[in-house]
Ligand binder design. Structure first.
Ligand code: FES
Length: 162
């Protein structure tokens, strides 16, 4: 349950907890992202014009850094579909890189998706935190909502779109 009485105090608390994370009070530098617009317009990521087909190879599982996130981008630059894959131990999960608060990408730097303790995915804009295992927002302005999950499968160490 959130203990923050306002967005600003909540941001201040997060700055204290995660001193290296640059929380931004203003809009994301990229503005409202086309990925998110696509997801909003369509019922789900599979209907996005840039959606990868089932079986599309992403990377070797062993290439993912344990505890970290990595972004994969599909489609043209003006309407990309961004997917973030996070790994913990021998498991990995994928989500559309789109915060359900303001529908912008979670990261403000390449592949920077998680808190320093590697416990949560985190949005760089207002600091919403999400569980690795199901994308549920545990705290932040979109608490109770979830990242949109993308199916993955691991076939002999090769990670692909499910
Ligand atoms: S845009 Fe506000 S928490 Fe992500």
């Amino acid at each position: 349950m959130s203990t923050y009485s306002s967005l600003s105090s909540w941001q201040e608390q997060l700055r204290f907890e995660y001193p290296g994370v640059n929380f931004q009070a203003t809009d994301h530098p990229e503005g409202v992202n086309a990925v998110c617009e696509g997801v909003l317009v369509n019922p789900g990521w599979r209907d996005h014009p840039a959606a990868p087909r089932r079986g599309t190879a992403l990377c070797a599982f062993g290439d993912l850094v344990d505890g970290e996130g990595r972004e994969f981008t599909f489609g043209a630059p003006d309407l990309p579909l961004r997917i973030v894959v996070v790994r913990r131990g021998d498991r990995a999960w994928a989500y559309v890189n789109c915060c359900p608060h303001n529908y912008v990408p979670l990261n403000d730097q390449p592949d920077r998706f998680v808190t320093f303790d590697h416990e949560w995915l985190i949005c760089s804009i207002h600091g919403a935190i999400f569980r690795y295992e199901d994308g549920y927002c545990e705290d932040g302005p979109c608490r109770g909502r979830s990242l949109e999950a993308v199916d993955l499968y691991n076939d002999g160490g090769q990670l692909s779109i499910g």
